[in-house]
Write a new protein. Structure first.
Length: 711
């Protein structure tokens, strides 16, 4: 590395004629006829050294002309006609902001298996963010579901790389369709627990990292071109994620946006910049002018690396429309439109998963004079705590849920139309709850689990005595429907005693009308699980091994070592490889109608593309949507732990009608998504193995209908 003799003198901005300087069109970085990269180069060329540094940190107080950051850090004013850039967290809505829509949790988005709906949600969020004076959304979030105990499971898109990657891509495209707002994929990479997240190392072999943890980011980046990716708090094999070489060697080979840190996840100046970090989020600690100047003078970083980082940030801002669409001078008061609320309701409906439904218990068909008992605190009194991600920064909820319609309100309104009466008991007194249940014709009992950032779940049990409440109510009335409001999987010791279970996740502000529509059959359930529900915590991939979770901290060391020795066996592939039958499989979800699969054909090959075709028939008595899933098993030489999701199609059919469904894995799909490949670490390449590939289709991995082979 070349050692500079001294810090370079700040570059003088080029002269701009007074006649042209009156408007922003006088500056070359505001010339919309030029490509974004050229505009960014123009701005950099006109910038002083410390003006360049400003792009390497989050902008302060929304003001490009502010010079003083927290802790006395000082920068020069930014050049004219540069935008105010305001970041906001937002996986489930524009957080800590009044007058916005509270959408269901991200895990519920995944449960819809509906890319178009994810796109619409992203577009709605972008519209609300911009009108509220924010133009970078820190979402969508991706993880790989290594343990269901992870506190941020509700913020992510499940345990499968393909599902997570494509759904994140759809959400990203939706956010960035606004041309005024940018999306940020987070948190890269192997960020699979909240416990000691800043002082733990995720230790995994390269094949596991590439196939399980990198892959959803790679898919999302290829299919959506996100403006940025956020690196995580944890170490990866002993190196902090925000200074890990894979930022350059793996991540940046897949996208040309910029890499930002999480809040406080930077631990160095030179190592971070050299290895691919472009921007330090929140107040600058490591990317301050003094530390950057010192690192440059010491030869630890180069001017080229500084310029490259700034160029990535500016280019993303220009490409995303931030330079050409300044934020409104006065943010709007209420930006939650009826159209956005309709999206939130549809998401809650399509994302809810009917787990069990014996003897036609659902849909409810009350007669005039019937009584429905609604039991449980989250049906009414504490419904806001399961509206979105329930706990962060000590707040009961990170979204206001100002327009929340509670489940009780939704059920009462719908029951009244049928002439039925609804009673309510919060479940705090088991004897009273049992009496309420016994006096009713039907019971709807709510169980909850609150999870969120900063801490992992201690177990997979319902909270607030929910298991005991459900068991007590079910003993008092055999017609008991359980509604689960959780952010992750839960054990169900009472499952055999209840005929119906509906997983609602955190249902957003429209949870009440959505639940009522599902329970009474106005909407046919179509959600599918994006994660496996185990019978017990003991069955999960990390159970029984403190080295795997929560990790072991050697004596005298500050970093917890978390060994990913389960390798590729994550999520449903663990249960398949180990022969463990879960409570509910990945992809499971029932309907009020039924579907039959037949005539499976697989044609093509890995060079030209593969077509998976089959006949799908609605064999029930009502219209419904089926998420038809296709899985592929690679040849034995690949050493894979079982079948993997290869694609899916959401199909709506009237009763008695059939349709030939084609899941078309194009040549670009096979290349971009690595559907028929495994990663060979020795060759540092994705490899397509020779041999026989097995294909299965069905409503879930538990209901395989046909098997075919293709070479």
């Amino acid at each position: 590395m070349t050692q500079p003799s001294a810090t370079p003198a700040p570059a003088a901005p080029p002269a701009v004629s007074p006649a042209r300087a009156s408007g922003c069109d006088a500056y070359p970085w505001m010339d919309k006829r030029k490509p974004p990269a050229q505009r960014a180069h123009s701005l950099l060329a006109a910038s002083t050294q410390h003006q360049k540094y400003r792009w390497l940190v989050e902008q302060p107080a929304n003001n490009p002309q502010q010079t003083t950051w927290p802790d006395g850090v000082v920068y020069p004013e930014q050049l004219p006609c540069t935008p105010a850039v305001v970041y906001t967290d937002g996986p489930d809505g524009i957080r800590f902001t009044d007058g916005v829509t509270a959408f269901p949790a991200t895990i519920a988005t995944a449960a819809t298996w509906n890319e178009n709906l994810a796109y619409l949600k992203g577009a709605a969020q972008a519209d609300e963010a911009y009108e509220k004076g924010k133009n970078v959304i820190l979402a969508p979030g991706i993880a790989s579901g290594r343990t269901p105990l992870s506190g941020r499971t509700p913020e992510y898109l499940g345990e499968d790389a393909l599902l997570s990657g494509l759904m994140a891509a759809a959400g990203t495209r939706g956010i960035q369709s606004d041309d005024r707002v940018l999306a940020t994929l987070k948190h890269y990479v192997a960020n699979e627990q909240e416990l000691d997240r800043q002082t733990s190392s995720s230790n995994a072999d390269e094949r596991t990292l590439r196939q399980v943890y990198d892959l959803p980011f790679e898919i999302a980046a290829k299919r959506s071109d996100p403006a940025s990716v956020m690196c995580s708090y944890n170490q990866i094999n002993g190196v902090y994620a925000c200074e890990h070489p894979r930022l350059n060697t793996v991540l940046k080979k897949k996208f040309d946006g910029y890499v930002m840190s999480d809040f406080g996840s930077v631990h160095s100046t030179a190592a971070s910049l050299v290895n691919g970090l472009d921007q330090e989020l929140n107040r600058p600690i490591w990317f301050t002018p003094a530390k950057l100047d010192a690192a440059l003078a010491a030869g630890q970083i180069t001017q080229r690396q500084i310029d490259a980082a700034a160029l990535r940030v500016i280019t993303a801002y220009v490409r995303g429309g931030l330079f050409d669409n300044p934020l409104p001078a006065t943010p709007a008061a209420d930006v939650s439109t009826e159209a956005h609320k309709a999206i939130a309701r549809t998401m809650a409906e399509q994302g809810s998963v009917l787990l069990k439904n014996n003897r036609g218990t659902l849909p409810l068909r009350p007669r005039a004079g019937d009584t429905i008992a609604v039991i449980g605190p989250t049906a009414q009194e504490t419904a806001h705590e399961v509206c979105s991600l329930p706990w962060r920064f000590g707040n009961p909820t990170t979204l206001r849920c100002e327009d929340l319609v509670t489940p009780l309100a939704g059920i009462r309104e719908r029951a009244a139309r049928a002439g039925a009466t609804v009673t309510y008991d919060n479940g705090s007194d088991l004897a009273a709850a049992a009496a309420s249940a016994a006096a009713a014709d039907t019971v709807v009992v709510f169980g909850y689990q609150r999870a969120g950032e900063f801490t992992d779940l201690p177990d997979l049990r319902l909270q607030g005595g929910g298991d005991e409440l459900i068991a007590t109510v079910a003993a008092a009335n055999p017609r008991t429907v359980v509604v689960l409001q959780t952010g992750s999987a839960v054990e169900m010791p009472w499952l055999a005693s209840v005929p119906a279970v509906l997983e609602n996740w955190y249902g957003g502000e429209q949870m009440g009308p959505a639940l009522a529509s599902l329970l009474f059959g106005d909407t046919n359930p179509s959600g599918k699980l994006p994660m496996t529900f185990p019978r017990s915590l003991a069955d999960t991939p990390t159970a029984g091994s403190p080295e795997r979770y929560p990790g072991v901290r050697p004596e005298g060391e500050t970093i917890r070592q978390v060994d990913y020795t389960e390798g590729l066996k994550v999520g449903y592939r663990w249960y398949a490889a180990e022969g463990i039958e879960p409570l509910f499989r990945f992809g499971h979800g029932l309907s009020y109608t039924s579907f039959a699969y037949r005539d499976l054909r697989v044609t093509g090959n890995s060079r030209t593309g593969v077509k998976i075709q089959f006949r799908l028939t609605n064999t029930g008595k009502r219209a419904g949507a089926e998420v038809a899933q296709a899985y592929v098993t690679l040849p034995a030489s690949a050493g894979e732990p079982g079948p993997r999701l290869a694609g899916w199609e959401r199909v709506t059919l009237e009763p008695g009608r059939s349709r030939t469904v084609t899941i078309d894995l194009t040549r670009s799909d096979l290349a971009d998504l690595h559907l028929l490949q495994y990663f060979d670490a020795g060759r540092d390449a994705w490899v397509t193995p020779r041999g026989t590939y097995g294909f299965t289709v069905g409503g879930s991995t538990a209901r395989i209908r046909f098997v075919d082979n293709a070479r």
